[in-house]
Ligand binder design. Structure first.
Ligand code: ZN
Ligand code: ZN
Ligand code: FE
Length: 761
C-alpha cells in the first residue's frame, strides 16, 4: 500500500551528513518527499510503499551516519501530498533554535581508503575530508556553518570539488571544508630559521626522515601545534623534556595503529572503542612492561596517554612504515596557552628543530581530549577536541547565565535556553596570557551563541582570576562555594535534582570559613547545601609553596600533630632540610603565611613525601598521581588491613575526620623500612573505609537523609578510590553516582556553578 509518514529524528543530527544520508535512502527505497533541518532535529516527509517506508525507518535506526547520535525517532502516518520526487529543502530558520556549532572529527574510513588509493584524485592528499570527518569547530569564525564563514573561504573550490559539493547523492554534499590538491591547502616544512625546505609530499617524507633521525618537529594539527619526536628514542625524548623544561610530566604518544597499541599496552574493548571513535581522544592505558617504550615517556607511572592518528596528515607520517610511535605533546610552554598561529612560533625556536605547517588557518584552538576507563565507567580527564562544543541539555533555567569555572583546569559554561555549552579545557588562569586566552574564548562563545550575560557565576575564592574578570563584566555576580559546585556538577551530570549526599575529594578550594577545603561530606542540591563532615585542618606553611613542594606540607602536618616528636620525624624523613624545618616551625607557631587546610589532594601529597616518592611536584598533582600509581606496579592481594582513624563530633552538626593515628603508623612503618607498596595499599584502603564509616555515621545521626551519593572532586581521578568507595557504599544499600560527561576535577566546576546560579536566581 502507498502511504505517507512524517519522521522526526532528534539528537545530534545536523551537520553530520544526515540529509544526504536520507536522500540516498529515498533513492534506494523509491521514496518521494522532503527532508529538512529544523530547530531540534531533522524532519522527513516520506511517501512510498508500506514495506519500503518501514525499511527506510529501520535503516535510520540501525545504520545512521557515523557522526550522528540519534536520541529519538518519532513516526506518524499523515495524509498523502503526492510528491513527484525527493528533495532536500533548506533549513528552517527558527528563532527558538540554539545556534549549532559542530565539533571536529577524526578522518573517516572512506576518506582514509581514498587517500590510500593511487587512482583516487585525492591520493595522499593531507586535507581530505567529507561530511563525516574533518575540521569544524576549529575553522569556523562565524555562524551559520557555511564555507564562507570558515577559514576555508580562502580556497576557491575547483570544478571537480564543486560538482561533489552540489551533488546530493555524493558523500561530500555540502561538506564545507571540501578540497583537493588542485584547490585546497598545502603543507610546508621549515627549519628553525624559517627557511622553507620542502612542500607537499616531499615535506612529509623529509619530516619522517627528520623524526627518524632523532629531531624534534613542531606539527600543526587540527587544534594547534604539537611537538613530535620518535617515541622509541630515549635520548630524543630526554632532549625534548630538557628543552621544554618538563622533566616528569607524562607525554602523550600517537601510535600507528590499533595493532601496535595492543603490543605496547593492555587495552579493553571500551578503550578500543574510544581510541577509534570519531572524537579520537587520548586514552590513558596501562603500558606493558616489555612493550618497547622508554620509561621517560611517563616517568614513575605505569600508564601512558595514547591516541591514534586522527588527521590525514598524521596518517601520512606513518605511511612509509618508518615510524610506529610518535610523541605528540602540545607545543606551548608549560602554563601558557596552546599555540595555533604561525606568528606564535618564535616561542618554539629553541625547542624544536623543524616546523611542519600548512596554510589552512585555525580560528579557534583546541587541545586533545583525555579519557580514562575504569571497567565500564569512563572518566573525562580533559574534555576538548571532538566533544566540544556539543551542548548538554538541562531542565534548569540557565538561559543567559555564564559560569566562569575555577582557576585550575579552567572551563566556562554558557547557558542558552535549556542548553549548556561548556568551553574546551583552557588551562590554569595563572598569568596574563592565560587570562587573555580565557577572555578571547569567552567573547567568542558569547558571540556564537548570541548570549548577553546578565548573571555571572564565579567561585567564592576572592583571589581567583575569574573573580576579577567577572567584576570587569559589571553584571550580577553570584559567588559559589567550590565544593558545592563539584557536588552539583556531578548531580547535573547524572540528571539528579533531589537533595543527596556528596563526597567531594579534591585538591584545594576556598571554604566558607576562610580555610582550604577539599575532603568534604556535603548534603544538598542546587539551592543550598549543608557541610556535614570534613577532614581535620592542618597547617600549610607557605601556602602555595607547600602545594608545589609536598614535603613542606608533610612537615606542617607532623609539627602540628606532635610538636616534639613530629620534629624528630621531620629530621629523620627530610634530613637535609633542617634549616627550613626550623623556619616552618616558627611560621606555624606564629601563624605566619600558614593557611589551614583539610584536603584529600594535600593528604596524598604529604604521604607521598613521607614515603619518599615525590617531595617536590614538577607538575600539578605529581606527588598524588605517582603515589596512586604504585598500586598498579605489583599484583597485590586485596587486603582488609587498615590504619586507625577517629571520627569526632566537634560541634553537633559537623563531624571531623582525624587521620593522625594513620599518619603516625605510616611514619613508623616507613622508618622501619616496610614495603612502600603495602603501606600505600593500606593507606588507600583506609581512606575508603574513612569515607564509608563517615557516611554510615552521618546516616545514623540523620536517618531522614536520602541514600543517594555523588562522588566528585579531582581526587576521584584515582580509579581505586572511586571504584572502592562506590562498591563499599553500594554494599551498604546506597545508590552511587560518578561523573559521566564532564571531568570530576575542576574542569567540571563551571557546570555545577551554572546550575546553582540558575536555582539561586
Ligand atoms: Zn571522511
Ligand atoms: Zn578541488
Ligand atoms: Fe576542585
Amino acid at each position: 500500500m502507498y502511504k505517507a509518514i512524517k519522521v522526526i529524528v532528534k539528537g545530534k543530527v545536523q551537520g553530520v551528513g544526515f540529509r544526504p544520508f536520507i536522500y540516498s535512502l529515498s533513492k534506494k527505497h523509491h521514496i518521494n518527499g522532503t527532508v529538512q533541518n529544523n530547530f531540534d532535529g531533522v524532519t522527513i516527509l516520506a511517501e512510498g510503499k508500506d514495506g519500503q517506508l518501514e525499511k527506510m525507518v529501520d535503516e535510520i535506526k540501525r545504520n545512521p551516519p557515523k557522526l550522528a547520535k540519534v536520541s529519538e525517532i518519532n513516526v506518524h502516518q499523515i495524509p498523502l501530498s503526492h510528491y513527484k520526487e525527493f528533495t532536500i529543502i533548506p533549513s528552517r530558520k527558527n528563532g527558538e533554535s540554539i545556534p549549532w556549532i559542530p565539533s571536529d572529527a577524526a578522518i573517516c574510513g572512506n576518506c582514509l581508503d581514498e587517500m590510500n588509493d593511487p587512482y583516487n584524485r585525492r591520493f595522499q592528499y593531507p586535507f581530505i575530508n567529507c561530511t563525516q570527518c574533518g575540521p569544524r569547530y576549529t575553522i569556523i569564525n562565524r555562524l551559520p556553518y557555511d564555507r564562507s564563514n570558515t577559514t576555508m573561504k580562502e580556497f576557491t573550490m575547483c570544478h571537480d570539488c564543486q560538482v561533489e559539493y552540489e551533488d546530493p547523492s555524493n558523500r561530500r554534499h555540502h561538506a564545507q571544508p571540501i578540497c583537493c590538491s588542485v584547490c585546497g591547502p598545502t603543507v610546508m616544512l621549515y627549519n628553525q630559521c624559517g627557511k622553507s625546505l620542502a612542500e607537499n609530499q616531499s615535506a612529509i617524507i623529509q619530516t619522517i626522515d627528520f623524526i627518524k633521525q632523532g629531531k624534534i618537529v613542531a606539527i600543526k594539527g587540527i587544534g594547534g601545534f604539537h611537538l613530535a619526536c620518535d617515541a622509541y628514542q630515549e635520548k630524543t625524548v630526554d632532549q625534548l623534556r630538557n628543552r621544554k623544561k618538563r622533566p616528569q610530566k607524562p607525554l602523550a604518544i600517537m601510535v600507528k595503529s590499533l595493532e601496535v597499541v595492543r603490543n605496547l599496552c593492555y587495552i579493553s574493548s571500551l578503550e578500543e572503542d574510544f581510541l577509534t571513535s570519531p572524537e579520537m581522544p587520548i586514552v590513558i592505558l596501562k603500558r606493558k612492561r616489555n612493550g618497547g617504550l622508554p620509561p621517560n615517556i611517563s616517568p614513575g607511572l605505569s600508564t601512558i596517554g595514547v591516541m591514534l592518528p586522527y588527521t590525514p596528515l598524521h596518517h601520512l607520517l606513518f605511511g612509509n612504515k618508518q615510524l610506529e610511535c610518535i610523541v605528540m605533546t602540545s607545543a606551548n610552554p608549560s602554563g601558557l596557552p596552546i599555540l595555533y598561529r604561525e606568528d606564535h612560533l618564535e616561542y618554539l625556536q629553541n625547542i624544536c628543530d623543524y616546523f611542519l605547517t600548512h596554510n589552512r588557518k585555525i580560528d579557534f584552538p583546541i587541545d586533545d581530549s583525555v579519557v580514562q576507563c575504569d571497567g565500564e565507567n569512563t572518566i573525562f580527564v580533559r574534555r576538548a577536541r571532538g566533544f566540544v562544543p556539543e551542548p548538554l541539555k538541562t531542565t534548569s533555567n540557565v538561559d543567559h547565565i555564564i559560569a566562569l569555572g575555577g582557576n585550575q583546569k579552567n572551563t566556562f559554561s554558557v547557558g542558552k535556553q535549556n542548553n549548556i555549552v561548556i568551553s574546551p579545557h583552557i588551562g590554569d588562569l595563572e598569568n596574563e596570557e592565560m587570562i587573555a586566552s580565557f577572555e578571547e574564548h569567552l567573547h567568542h562563545y558569547k558571540a556564537f551563541l548570541g548570549v548577553k550575560e546578565v548573571n555571572v557565576a564565579v567561585d567564592k575564592h576572592p583571589l581567583y582570576a575569574s573573580t576579577s574578570i567577572a567584576n570587569k563584566l559589571n553584571r550580577n555576580i553570584i559567588s559559589i562555594q567550590h565544593h558545592h559546585a563539584h557536588h552539583v556538577s556531578c548531580m547535573e551530570d547524572n540528571g539528579l535534582n533531589e537533595s543527596c549526599l556528596g563526597i567531594i575529594l579534591d585538591g584545594t578550594g576556598y571554604g566558607e570559613d576562610g580555610n582550604i577545603w577539599g575532603f568534604e561530606f556535603l548534603y544538598g542540591d542546587a539551592k543550598s547545601f549543608e557541610r556535614l563532615a570534613h577532614l581535620k585542618y592542618t597547617p600549610l606553611p607557605g601556602g602555595e609553596k607547600a602545594v608545589k613542594e609536598p614535603w613542606r606540607n608533610a612537615v606542617g602536618m607532623l609539627l602540628f600533630y606532635w610538636p616534639q616528636e613530629g620534629k624528630e620525624f621531620c629530621m629523620k624523613l627530610f634530613p637535609d632540610r633542617v634549616k627550613e624545618i626550623n623556619m616552618m616551625e616558627q611560621m606555624i607557631v606564629h601563624q605566619l603565611n600558614t593557611p589551614m587546610a583539610g584536603t584529600c589532594g594535600r593528604l596524598f601529597d604529604a604521604i607521598s613525601a613521607i614515603l619518599g616518592i615525590c617531595s617536590i611536584s614538577t607538575y600539578e598533582g605529581e606527588a598524588a598521581v605517582k603515589l596512586s600509581d604504585y598500586m598498579n606496579k605489583t599484583v597485590l592481594e586485596s587486603t582488609d588491613e587498615r590504619y586507625s582513624f577517629h571520627i569526632k563530633t566537634n560541634t553537633p552538626n559537623l563531624l571531623e575526620l582525624d587521620v593522625s593515628p594513620m599518619i603516625y603508623q605510616i611514619i613508623q612503618e616507613k622508618l622501619q623500612q616496610q614495603s612502600v607498596t603495602e603501606i600505600i595499599q593500606k593507606f588507600q584502603t583506609t581512606l575508603v573505609s574513612c569515607c564509608i564509616q563517615m557516611v554510615l555515621k552521618l546516616l545514623r545521626n540523620r536517618p531522614e537523609l536520602n541514600r543517594t551519593v555523588v562522588l566528585s572532586g579531582g581526587s576521584f581521578q584515582n580509579v581505586f578510590l572511586a571504584s572502592e568507595i562506590r562498591k563499599g557504599l553500594q554494599k551498604e544499600g546506597f545508590t552511587v553516582y560518578t561523573h559521566r560527561n564532564v571531568p570530576c576535577n575542576d574542569g567540571g566546576l563551571s557546570l555545577g556553578q551554572i546550575i546553582i546560579a540558575a536555582h539561586q536566581l
